[in-house]
Design a protein around this ligand. Structure first.
Ligand code: ATP
Ligand code: MG
Length: 603
């Protein structure tokens, strides 16, 4: 199959694009107004016509580092907004008081920026914190009580659980369900004022205890929890539940398409129930007209299948465990599927964008093979990475007739294109001399069948250099090859007239002892040795690949002396490498293997 190059990739349609295109064609959102910041219906009513054709959002909980699954969600939400003249909000979903960490907030912002996205549009910054909406959420809760749509339940946790029923059994109404509006309001205010203990009561939506959808059996919308919140401090001792908070956040921000993963599908009826009731107006028994808290049309939720990638774990909790137990060297360990890890490993933002595009969005769960991700990276780097030669497992090669032919101590200039298809990238220069480094595996005293590289009597070309003929090897005391010996075949230098007169079957890469740089090379492999480390009976820690990191001292071409952190290279024959963004120093290269030249894992 001919895989399209990164540039040619056209965006395949998907069900979300179809929904958006349908909404745009029907003008579903053309009359929406935008107050310049999130807010209630009155706030937006004073605003201008929304310049954004659609609004999406990326709403991480700042309780960990983002991973490759989040990258899919980021590319999807920000990408759709970009493609359809909209805006994607960056929203920290920090309604849970227990977890929030400035380090995570910073890393999330960095990750989204690095992937190539931003949230500034039409003069607004669009970076929001869900905890800024607590006041409105409280007001919305009181409104539901007033409208007879919520009640304070003081059943024990056990009774609540028992009375919820299950899939086969309808639930039973709580004895507190028939409280009057006044009673509910008073009790809810007592909850807010800290008069009740943690867990003593909850506020529940009053829907239908017999609903076949358990999420509609009077879900809890507020709970008592004495906890200091990073943003609101000790102002609140009651906090909204996620299922209540999330639709409200979307509504205040005028989100048009609220895209989430499939596990929220069963929550959609409550999402719609809540927003419908907050948007409509009602006439109370005393004649007062209330409601209309949020503007219309209300946001809609759409679900897509989360990314499952083979050989990869994407549970934040388990990733945290790998870090805490020092199974890896931190969140940005190049073996981690976190965005910081992928970045340090050498992945490019473009490769992740193409990956997200190529895997598409579907409505059913499936597994994507890790090689798809690596394939996107190879395609991207193949067209832009400078080439270089490197010897990862070196043994010395001595050209025994060099001094005779060229004179002792002389060096010969060789050069090669930086990129075979981009002459504008120029040439790289390096020396050829009497002593070179080659890969140990490029010499065999007794060649296996089909082996075309160095063995006594065989001729090979040293790429961009000369043809040599192997004459044997010197062994050390332990019987290991310590030097390979060869003679140079005159008049065979690459690029000189007649150089191709002598045909050889093997071409090998090399660097010369005179000008090669020593480099620390970290050879990474997959972190887990089984495709689905998180789904079997086995503890995922037992599935760690013991060979996921091997550090070698290699020799690299002198062109690497100028490498800066994050510079990526293709080492001919070996694959793609990046100068480590943490440990690399000019003149003292530290390189990470990103991936091999082709997919070798499957074999
Ligand atoms: P975890 O359960 O590991 O903590 P999460 O899904 O709760 O992850 P959030 O911070 O809530 O993490 O996620 C932010 C957004 O990223 C959500 O909209 C969520 O749907 C999306 N997301 C998370 N994991 C994936 C995944 N594997 N594939 C696609 N989208 C994902
Ligand atoms: Mg979550």
């Amino acid at each position: 199959m001919n895989v399209p190059s990164v540039k040619e990739t056209t965006k395949p349609s998907n069900f979300l694009r179809q929904i958006i295109e349908h909404d745009l064609a029907n003008g579903t959102y053309t009359t929406r107004q935008w107050g310049g910041t999130p807010g209630d219906a009155a706030h937006h009513a004073q605003g201008k016509l929304d310049p954004a054709k659609i609004r999406t959002r990326f709403p991480p909980e700042p309780n960990g580092y983002l991973h490759v699954g989040h990258a899919k969600s980021i590319c999807l939400n920000f990408g759709l907004a970009r493609d359809y003249g909209g805006v994607c909000h960056m929203r920290f979903d920090d309604t849970n008081p227990e977890k929030e960490d400035a380090e995570f907030v910073r890393s999330i912002i960095d990750a989204v920026h690095w992937l190539g996205f931003g949230w500034q549009a039409f003069g607004d910054d669009n970076l929001y914190h869900a905890s800024d909406y607590f006041d409105f959420m409280y007001r919305a809760a009181e409104y539901l009580i007033e409208a007879g749509l919520a009640y304070v339940d003081e059943q024990s946790a056990e009774d609540m659980r028992a009375n919820r029923g299950d899939f086969g059994k309808p639930g039973m109404n709580s004895p507190f369900r028939s409280r009057t509006v006044e009673e509910n309001l008073a009790r809810f205010r007592e909850m807010k004022d800290g008069k009740l203990a943690d867990g003593a009561a909850v506020l529940r939506a009053k829907i239908d205890m017999a609903s076949p959808n358990i999420n509609m059996r009077d879900p809890t919308i507020y709970r008592i929890r004495r906890a200091t919140h990073h943003n609101t401090g000790d102002k609140w001792c009651i906090y909204p539940m996620y299922t209540f908070a999330h639709p409200v956040e979307d509504a205040l921000e005028q989100i048009t398409h609220s895209i989430c993963t499939l596990e929220f599908e069963d929550q959609r009826p409550f999402y719609d129930w809540l927003l419908e009731h907050l948007a409509e107006t009602k006439t109370l028994p005393d004649g007062r007209v209330v409601g209309g808290l949020i503007s219309q049309p209300v946001p809609r939720q759409y679900e897509f299948a989360r990314l499952n990638l083979t050989y990869v774990i994407t549970s934040k909790r388990k990733l945290a465990q790998l870090v805490k137990e020092k199974r890896v060297n931190g969140w940005d360990d190049p073996r981690m599927p976190t965005i910081v890890g992928l970045r340090r490993r050498g992945y490019t933002p473009e490769s992740l964008q193409v990956f997200a595009e190529r895997i598409g969005v579907t409505k059913s769960d499936s597994w994507i093979d890790y090689s798809t991700l690596e394939g996107c990276l190879r395609e991207d780097l193949d067209v832009k990475a400078p080439r270089a030669m490197a010897v990862l497992d070196p043994v010395k090669l001595v050209i025994t007739n060099w001094n005779e032919l060229h004179g002792a101590g002389t060096l010969d200039d060789c050069s090669a294109p930086v990129h075979p298809h981009l002459p504008e990238m120029g040439k790289r220069n390096f020396k050829f001399g009497r002593e070179l480094w080659i890969e140990k595996t490029d010499y065999e005293p007794v060649p296996p069948k089909g082996y075309n590289r160095l063995y006594p009597g065989n001729r090979v070309r040293l790429k961009y250099g000369h043809v040599i003929e192997c004459t044997g090897a010197k062994l050390d005391a332990a019987g290991q090859v310590s030097e390979v010996h060869a003679t140079l075949v005159p008049d065979t230098k690459s690029g000189t007239p007649g150089a191709d007169g002598i045909k050889v079957k093997g071409v090998i890469t090399w660097v010369s002892v005179a000008d090669a740089l020593q480099a620390e090379v970290r050879l990474y492999d997959r972190l887990f040795s089984v495709p689905q480390p998180d789904t079997g009976e086995q503890d995922f820690l037992e599935e760690l690949n013991p060979d996921s990191l091997k550090v070698v001292t290699a020799y690299v071409e002198p062109s690497l002396a100028l490498a800066k952190a994050d510079d990526r290279f293709q080492f001919e024959r070996h694959g793609y490498f990046v100068a480590d963004r943490v440990d690399h120093l000019a003149g003292k290269p530290v390189l990470n293997k990103i991936t091999g030249m082709k997919d070798s894992w499957a074999k």
